[in-house]
Design a protein around this ligand. Structure first.
Ligand SMILES: [Zn+2]
Length: 260
């Protein structure tokens, strides 16, 4: 009987030391390395041109930025078995696309929402160009850029990138964008059907609505706004933009990447 007890306590000791050893090796107390966040992948061939959504993301006409956009529906700290968050923000937050429904109510009624946008147009060869730094994008500027016929997707990098405007939470109406005549010239004289720009609107503040109307009237042009174009050389890339299929929404957050 005594021998049996000794054997039992010996086995218990071995089990405890094994269990403790295992916990020390991989246990919950071991500090985790910080999560990696990157802008460039695949040895410099893949660029993430999407802005992060944070509480300091600038939003249209606001001094205070996005603020609290995530709230918990369920939380492990409060006894749930999972964490699950809910999102509340404008569909025009950070890097996003505009559909024809954004500025035409007849298109909204007819279902020309973000889910109706042409996925082929959102994915394919794209030109990244630098525009003159001292003015908005007018018809004259468009002419001076000499973009070849056949180019269907262009990302316009402006002083907005130099000024890091998308990283400042206070909205800045002095950003660079298209003037109405620049948009009209593009629509009438080029094959460009995807227009990307590096602030919250492709259109300059003073003519924001008229410029959107010009771009979106034909329902053939997709606008990608709030792009992150820092530290990428001008030139030809493959663009991939994949907006969320929010049925009925006039815009949608999108992930966009460039492949060299
Ligand atoms: Zn928008």
């Amino acid at each position: 009987m005594m021998r049996g007890l000794h054997l039992l306590s010996l086995l218990l000791c071995i089990w405890v030391s094994l269990a403790t050893g295992r916990r020390l090796a991989t246990g919950p107390e071991a500090p985790l390395p910080p999560a990696e966040r990157r802008e460039v992948y695949a040895d410099g061939r893949l660029f993430d041109i999407t802005h992060r959504v944070t509480k300091d993301t600038p939003t249209w006409d606001s001094k205070v930025g996005l603020g609290q956009f995530l709230s918990p529906l369920a939380s492990i700290k409060n006894g749930s078995v999972v964490n699950a968050a809910e999102v509340k923000m404008s569909v025009h937050t950070a890097t996003h696309v505009d559909s024809p429904a954004h500025v035409f109510d007849k298109y909204a009624d007819a279902g020309y929402d973000v889910d109706s946008l042409d996925l082929e147009l959102l994915n394919g060869p794209a030109l990244l160009v630098d525009v003159p730094r001292d003015k908005n994008i007018t018809a004259d500027v468009m002419m001076s850029l000499n973009i070849s016929k056949g180019v269907r997707r262009v990302l316009f990098r402006t002083s907005n990138t130099d000024r890091q405007l998308m990283f400042k939470k206070e909205f800045d109406s002095s950003y660079t964008g298209f003037m109405k005549d620049g948009a009209k010239w593009l629509v009438e004289n080029t094959d460009i059907k995807l227009v990307g720009l590096d602030y919250l609107s492709v259109a300059a503040y003073a003519e924001a609505l008229d410029t959107h109307l010009e771009f979106l009237a034909s329902r053939e042009t997709i606008l990608v706004e709030g792009l992150k174009l820092d530290n990428i050389l001008p030139g030809l890339y493959t663009l991939h933009c994949l907006p969320v299929r929010l049925v009925g929404a006039d815009g949608s957050p999108t992930r966009c990447i460039l492949l060299k």
